[in-house]
Design a protein around this ligand. Structure first.
Ligand code: HEM
Length: 443
């Protein structure tokens, strides 16, 4: 018979490997909530790493919710791919946008959009050559432009203000997800409105989010309706008659715009980490970057839609599950060592094999194949053409993600005149050299 998980277990320790965690002695319900909040910003992720002492699965009460942290590759693997796969399913609402976005994972899409990656990457290299001190801004332009083109069809031609608005939106989204009291005490959402003083704040954010999205989307929608839009995910999949998308016009806008958000900030950050790795370790490979310095320490929990039996344990419906990505990433020999060759296991061409940075199962990152290709092209080219040296003191665990600040001091220099010529010739051939030269205010 399995154990029943009911509220906070009386005893903090059950038999290994599945111990149930209550939070440290004397810590209230808010204790874990605060720890979870701190865990997001702690560069050493002490609290998350500490959860392994409770076993492969650690249960914490966070607010009124029960969250199970999956602390080993083994349980994450079983849970994501095995018989209990429904564990990572979520509400019905998610199914329709996911159906539409799923085409992005297909080989055809990756091939079709691959050309755009090449063009944008050629421009990024030319920008690196022309404005090496602004290396970090080139990452954002590249990442945003690629996914903007995939989603909406146009190369990025936005003002600094537009880009800053979108960047602020992403930052607010990432830092506020899971920070509302209602996230952790869902029953509060059923109170009368006057008893929910936080509502006005979230509604204001929501409105701002809507307006920023609308300012990017309206033009594209108009072009699609008039039949003048260039090829894109929005034109050829999302709003295409054959797809039979059942969402409203606003729903479609959220699908397209979230793609831009999800695809640009991650790629930008991965490229920053690659530069950090280039300073710390001369040999670099994509997958090890993400294990070494995970981009997403905690992602929102996935909630069980029905009771689940798993290896003798019974988890009631509504239990939330979170992959403890830091701990799972550390499950290898000498985790602190940057060791790309640990991935030479016959699965080198599949970035998601054995790496949980894109999570897994049905909700696996929809852009991971594009991200893999995008990172491969750019890392290979940057390492081939440029040298990166520290340009002052830095902490390799801290990465500022402000769009306008250099995240850590780097001196970038092209490796030879021959490479400089090659970069210019390639950018010219693809028609992006002039764009790279344009000295916008923000560059
Ligand atoms: C290094 C790059 C990237 C990393 C580390 C990454 C990681 C992730 C993670 C951890 C999730 C959450 C999965 C879950 O809920 O279990 C996610 C979701 C998502 N990602 Fe990525 N991602 C990356 C690049 C991209 C790119 C390039 C795109 C777009 C082309 C993209 C689009 C999305 C979307 C739309 C979702 C939501 C999927 C859904 O709701 O079903 N991501 N990503």
């Amino acid at each position: 018979m399995g154990h029943h998980l009911q509220g906070i277990p009386r005893s903090p320790r059950v038999h290994p490997p599945y111990a149930l965690q209550t939070g440290d002695e004397g810590v209230s319900l808010f204790g874990n909530l605060l720890k979870l909040k701190d865990a997001r910003s702690d560069p050493d992720q002490k609290w998350l790493r500490g959860l392994v002492r409770y076993g492969e699965m650690a249960t914490a009460r966070v607010g009124s919710k029960t969250i199970v942290f999956l602390n080993s590759k083994r349980v994450v693997g079983v849970v994501s791919h095995g018989h209990s796969r429904s564990l990572l399913m979520t509400q019905e609402k998610w199914a329709e946008p996911r159906r539409i976005m799923h085409t992005l994972l297909s080989g055809t899409a990756v091939k079709q959009y691959g050309e755009w990656l090449e063009t944008e990457s050629a421009q990024m290299l030319a920008e690196y050559l022309l404005k090496p001190a602004l290396w970090y801004r080139h990452h954002y332009r590249y990442a945003n432009s690629v996914v903007h083109r995939i989603a909406l069809g146009e190369r990025l031609a936005k003002s600094t203000k537009d880009l800053e608005d979108l960047q602020s939106l992403v930052t607010v989204f990432v830092t506020t997800t899971g920070s509302s009291v209602v996230d952790w005490f869902p029953a509060l959402a059923r109170l009368p409105r006057w008893l929910q003083p936080w509502q006005a704040h979230w509604e204001k954010l929501d409105r701002w989010n809507y307006d920023v999205y609308r300012s990017w989307w309206a033009l594209v929608l108009e072009q699609i309706r008039r039949g003048t839009a260039p090829p894109s995910f929005a034109r050829d999949t999302l709003l295409h008659g054959d797809t039979k998308y059942t969402g409203s016009d606003d729903d479609a806008m959220y699908v397209a715009m979230q793609l831009i958000e999800a695809g640009s900030d991650t790629t930008r950050e991965a490229l920053h980490i690659m530069i950090m790795a280039a300073l710390e370790h001369p040999a670099v490979f994509a997958r090890e970057l993400l294990r070494w310095r995970p981009i997403f320490v905690i992602t929102p929990d996935h909630v069980a839609s029905q009771d689940i039996e798993f290896e003798g344990y019974r988890f009631p419906e509504v239990t939330g599950f979170v992959i403890n990505a830091v701990v799972v990433g550390d499950e290898c020999d000498s985790p602190e060592t940057f060791g790309p060759d640990r991935w030479m296991d016959g699965h080198e061409t599949d970035i998601a094999h054995g790496l949980w940075q894109f999570r897994g199962g049905r909700r696996i990152c929809v852009g991971y194949r594009l991200a893999q290709r995008s990172m491969f092209i750019n890392i290979a080219r940057l390492v081939q053409c440029f040298d990166f040296k520290p340009n002052g003191p830095y902490n390799s665990r801290i990465l500022s993600l402000e769009a306008t600040d250099e995240p850590f001091p780097v001196k970038v220099s092209v490796r030879s005149q021959a490479y400089a010529e090659l970069i210019c010739a390639e950018a010219e051939r693809l028609g992006v050299l002039e764009d790279a030269k344009i000295s916008r205010d923000e560059l």
